[in-house]
Design a binder for this molecule. Structure first.
Ligand code: SAM
Ligand code: SF4
Length: 330
C-alpha cells in the first residue's frame, strides 16, 4: 500500500537523522560552541529505528537515507547498517557523511551494498576547509573521497555555496567531475545554522551558481533530471562526472517531493521547512501498534504543506528558523 499525501505525491523515501551530534562545526549548520544535543534517552534506539524502517518499507518506502549530525559518530552505526541492509523490501540505502572518519569503513559499506554516499565538501583548500568547518581534518575527508571512488560506490559531493567563504572553490570543485565519476552538487544555503541567520543580499541562488560555472564552461549542457530529483543536472562534455544545482532555499522542487524526515528524537517532518508534525517515538514508547503508527502517519500526510514556503509559514515555533541542520539531517 503506497503512501500518498493530500497533494497526490507518492512518499517512498525516508531520511533518517540518526544523531544530532557532530565532530565538525560547519558554520552554516552549527554555531561554534555547538548546539544543545538531544539527551541520549531521547534518541530513537536502533531497535526503534529498525521497527520504523520495516513499517515504512511495508508502506511502500523503497529508499532510506541515513544522515545526521554525523552518522558515524553514533556508536554501533555499522551494526545498525548491517541490520538495515538485510531488510527485505528495502531497495536502496544511502548515506550522507562529512567523511572525517568514514575511510576505513568504505570496504564494508561497499560489501553491504550501500547504494550511494553523499560526501559534504565545500572547498578543496585545506585553510578554507578549516575556516568553514572549524576543524582541521581536510586530508581525512579527501581520503574518504578517494576510497569511495576506488571502491566504485556512487558518490556525490555536496557543497554549500556561500558568499565570502567558498566562491573561489566553485570551479575547482567542478573540475573534480572532470577527473572522477562523481556528481558535484552545489547547494543554496538555507537558514538552518542553529541561529536563524541568513543574509540574502549576497545570496547565491542556483541560477547565479550556474552563470558562474557557465562563464568558465560555456559548453555546459542540461541533462534530464531523474524523477523526484532535488537537483538540476548538467554535464560538461569530456567530464566523467556531472554537476548538480540544488535550489534548497528557492524551493523549486517541492512539486515532486517524495520524502519525509525523521529527526534523531523521533519527530516526523513532512517538509524540510516545517517544525515537525508529530513525535513517532513517543507513540511507540506509549505502546502504539504498527496499525496506530500507520494511522498517525497517514493523518500527517493528509495535512502536508504544498511546498516549503507554506510549511515555513505554518511553523508552530514561529520564525526565524532556529534549528541546526544537524537535527534535521539535510
Ligand atoms: N554530517 C553529515 C554531512 O555533513 O554530510 C550529514 C548531515 S548534514 C546536516 C547534511 C547536509 O546538509 C550536508 O551536505 C550539509 O552541507 C547540508 N547543510 C547543512 N546546513 C546547511 C545549510 N544551512 N544550508 C544548506 N545545506 C546545509
Ligand atoms: Fe556536522 Fe554535517 Fe552539520 Fe557540518 S553539515 S556541522 S558535518 S552535521
Amino acid at each position: 500500500m503506497p503512501l500518498f499525501d493530500n497533494h497526490g505525491r507518492v512518499i517512498n523515501y525516508v531520511r533518517i537523522a540518526v544523531t544530532d551530534r557532530c565532530n565538525l562545526r560547519c558554520f552554516y549548520c552549527m554555531p561554534e560552541k555547538g548546539i544543545q544535543y538531544v539527551p541520549k534517552d531521547d534518541l530513537l534506539t536502533y531497535e526503534e529505528l529498525i521497527r520504523l524502517s520495516r513499517l515504512f518499507v511495508s508502506l511502500g518506502v523503497e529508499k532510506i537515507r541515513i544522515t545526521g549530525g554525523e552518522p558515524f559518530v553514533r556508536r554501533d552505526m555499522m551494526e545498525f547498517l548491517r541490520s538495515l541492509s538485510q531488510m527485505e523490501g528495502l531497495k536502496q540505502i544511502h548515506i550522507t557523511t562529512n567523511g572525517t572518519t568514514t575511510e576505513p569503513l568504505v570496504p564494508e559499506l561497499k560489501a553491504l551494498g550501500i547504494h550511494s554516499v553523499n560526501l559534504s565538501l565545500d572547498t578543496l583548500d585545506p585553510a578554507r576547509f578549516f575556516q568553514i568547518t572549524r576543524r582541521d581534518v581536510f586530508p581525512e575527508v579527501m581520503n574518504t573521497f578517494h576510497a569511495l571512488i576506488r571502491h566504485g560506490i556512487p558518490t556525490k559531493i555536496n557543497a554549500v555555496v556561500m558568499e565570502g567563504k567558498n566562491i573561489e572553490d566553485i570551479l575547482p570543485l567542478v573540475e573534480l567531475a572532470r577527473e572522477h565519476p562523481v556528481s558535484v552538487r552545489f547547494i543554496e544555503e538555507m537558514p538552518f545554522n542553529g541561529e536563524g541567520r541568513l543574509t540574502l543580499d549576497q545570496f547565491w541562488n542556483h541560477r547565479r551558481i550556474l552563470d558562474h560555472i557557465r562563464a568558465r564552461f560555456p559548453e555546459i549542457e542540461k541533462v534530464p533530471d531523474p524523477p523526484h530529483s532535488t537537483s538540476y543536472n548538467y554535464r560538461i562534455p569530456g567530464f566523467q562526472g556531472n554537476i548538480g544545482l540544488i535550489a534548497a532555499y528557492s524551493r523549486t522542487f517541492c512539486g515532486t517531493c517524495n520524502r519525509i524526515r525523521l529527526t534523531p528524537q523521533g519527530t516526523l517532518k513532512t517538509c524540510l521547512y516545517d517544525d515537525g508534525v508529530f513525535n513517532i517515538k513517543n507513540l511507540m514508547r506509549a505502546g502504539a501498534t504498527d496499525e496506530q503508527l500507520t494511522e498517525s502517519l497517514v493523518q500527517a500526510l493528509n495535512h502536508r504543506a504544498k511546498d516549503g514556503w507554506e510549511a515555513e509559514k505554518n511553523r508552530n515555533f514561529g520564525l526565524p528558523i532556529s534549528e541546526s541542520m544537524s537535527t534535521i539531517g539535510g
